[in-house]
Design a protein around this ligand. Structure first.
Ligand code: HAS
Length: 541
């Protein structure tokens, strides 16, 4: 691994873990502050902590980890090292995002941006919060350009060849990100910054939320796709098996590119100002974006079964016993996959209009995303770390750290079982999310919710222990014994059909994605632009 590329990747991964740890501290503290168990200095309360928790974990941890991971794979599979220009773009992106992150965290802790990670208008934060977000987005664009550059140069010098699967998937992931972030960039630059500086008096709330969710839903697939890269490309190699089908894997990524953007309204089903027709249309498209996940599940089962049978497994589930249960690089992502089955089912419930009316704005939704991003995606990222850091630093994962990795995974799953399980249940009892208000003047319904909050807090404590174990592992990975760790890239199974070339015709796929976006958003946006209902907003500090 090129040493200079290693530095870039490691800088991203370590930044991600520092954000995760700080975000975890904020997550644990918000529960204790909300229940009145402790009070913090400088008026740091529930909303400051919840905003810091969401921003640091959902936005910063993920983005840094993903960019670091993609750069590592692109460097490894496209020529063995990054072009100087791609690496440079990676560094400029890194520093731009880091300046944004530092400004953002300071503004949040000063209590000037208690608007949570979705920063819904009409809640108004300090302009510096929005400027910080803009810097993070612009930085990530630069890093994305670096990945595109590396890929395009490879294609020019390897005419007629199919690109490596990892690189192809990285390009789709970053394309998805670039198209999606246009929405949030417009919201922040055109609406929120001028309004928070006081240059304009009012904000068009429904428009701002629509631009946010145009970005917010593909955002969750920006988190998911790198985990899928691990499941499709890395896991087969780790278990000693083969990728079931290269074309199926590529096709599922293309379907994400097409269908993950024109679906933002499924977060706004309960909002006025959007007609039922367009909500219905976007719900249909949401059901389309479930298909590539079902394809992924199918392909993973096929990989596991093919491997098991090649080792002599018999019967319907004989392959199950053949999997390398004692390998943390496999076990952590596998538990992520397992959790993704109920997590995905929860998503399908959310997307169904009538059921959304039951769960929207309750803790059920918080439970949903703690299973998806905070378990399926996070555990997969932890599993990647167990080989990626040793690979970059020229070290090996010791048996002790491997055992700790397995313990960490179990700890995480138990903590999440309590926390997310009670969130889902109490959500169905109507307990609202995103509020410091707890007992509603001792209303009997609210009193019923309390035992679930205790279970959530216990889950939160167990998760925090999981985070500390993880921090200990990461620290030790950096100082492990010297040696070589391979970058595990799977090969396609014999007998799989040849990858069709049209899968790499980007003009075609981006073109269809744009058409779908225009179809799903043009008329609703025209409606919104014409609305005269605007809010002066209210300052949250
Ligand atoms: Fe979601 C809200 C719908 C997936 C994250 N989602 C959220 C929010 C977040 C989030 C953060 O329609 C809250 C936003 C906020 O703050 O307000 N979500 C869906 C749907 C899916 C979905 C239809 N969500 C995700 C993923 C996320 C994520 C992935 C993060 C990474 N979500 C919604 C909706 C809302 C929502 C509504 C709004 C709710 C509201 O009212 O506010 C689908 O993509 C899910 C498809 C998944 C599957 C599962 C496939 C299973 C696989 C594993 C196979 C396992 C194997 C191992 C092979 C169909 C691939 C098995 C081995 C054995 C031995 C068994």
């Amino acid at each position: 691994f090129d040493r200079r590329d290693g530095k870039l990747v490691l800088a991203h991964i370590l930044f991600a873990f520092v954000a995760l740890l700080l975000g975890g501290v904020a997550g644990m503290l918000q529960g204790t502050v909300r229940s009145g168990m402790i009070t913090l200095p400088a008026n740091i309360g529930y909303y400051e902590l919840l905003t810091a928790h969401g921003v640091l974990m959902a936005l910063i941890f993920t983005t840094y980890f993903i960019i670091g991971f993609l750069y590592s794979g692109v460097s490894h599979t496209l020529g063995g090292k990054l072009l100087p220009s791609a690496r440079k773009l990676g560094w400029i992106g890194y520093w731009t995002m880091s300046v944004g992150t530092v400004i953002g965290v300071i503004v949040i802790l000063l209590g000037k941006a208690t608007v949570l990670y979705t920063f819904y208008a009409p809640m108004k934060a300090s302009p510096w919060f929005y400027i910080a977000l803009a810097l993070v987005v612009v930085g990530s664009w630069l890093s994305g350009f670096g990945i595109f550059r590396q890929y395009m140069t490879w294609r020019k010098t390897n005419k007629g060849k199919v690109s490596p699967l990892f690189a192809y998937m990285s390009v789709v992931t970053m394309l998805l990100w670039q198209i999606a972030t246009i929405g949030v960039a417009v919201e922040v630059v055109v609406q929120l910054i001028p309004w928070s500086f006081g240059w304009v008096d009012t904000v068009n709330v429904v428009l701002s939320r629509t631009l946010f969710w145009y970005f917010g839903h593909p955002l969750v697939y920006f988190w998911l796709l790198p985990a899928y890269i691990c499941w499709y490309v890395i896991i087969p190699k780790i278990i000693g098996g083969k990728i079931f089908s290269d074309s199926l894997a590529r096709m599922s990524f293309i379907l994400f590119l097409l269908f993950s953007i024109p679906v933002g309204f499924h977060h706004q089903l309960m909002e006025p100002g959007i007609s039922g027709f367009w909500k219905y249309t976007q719900v249909v498209l949401t059901f389309m974006v479930i298909i590539p996940s079902l394809m992924t599940a199918f392909s993973l089962f096929a990989t596991f079964e093919l491997y098991g049978r090649s080792k002599g497994a018999k019967g319907l589930f004989g392959w199950f016993k053949m999997l390398p249960w004692k390998d943390a690089r496999f076990f952590a992502p596998f538990m992520g996959m397992l959790v993704f089955i109920p997590a995905g089912a929860g998503g399908i419930i959310n997307a169904s209009n009538q059921m959304n009316a039951v769960v929207h704005n309750t803790l059920w939704v918080t439970g949903h995303f703690h299973l998806t991003v905070a378990t399926s995606v996070a555990l997969t990222f932890f599993g990647i770390t167990y080989w990626l850091i040793p690979h970059i630093t020229g070290r090996v994962l010791t048996a002790r750290m491997n055992r700790l990795g397995i313990a960490q995974t179990i700890c995480w799953c138990i903590g999440m079982f309590f926390m997310s399980g009670s969130m889902h249940t109490v959500g169905l009892l109507g307990d609202p999310r995103r509020t410091a208000y707890t007992t509603y003047d001792d209303h009997p319904d609210a009193i019923l919710w309390m035992p679930y909050h205790v279970a959530m807090a216990i889950g939160g404590m167990i998760l925090f222990i999981g985070l500390l174990i993880l921090a200990y592992i990461v620290y030790n990975l950096m100082r492990g014994p010297k040696g070589e760790t391979e970058y595990p890239i799977g090969e396609t199974a014999e007998g799989a059909e040849e990858t069709p070339r049209y899968l790499e015709r980007w003009g075609l796929w981006v073109g269809i994605a744009v058409v779908l976006i225009l179809f799903a958003y043009t008329l609703p946006l025209i409606d919104m632009f014409q609305t005269t209902v605007k809010s002066p907003g209210y300052v949250t500090w």
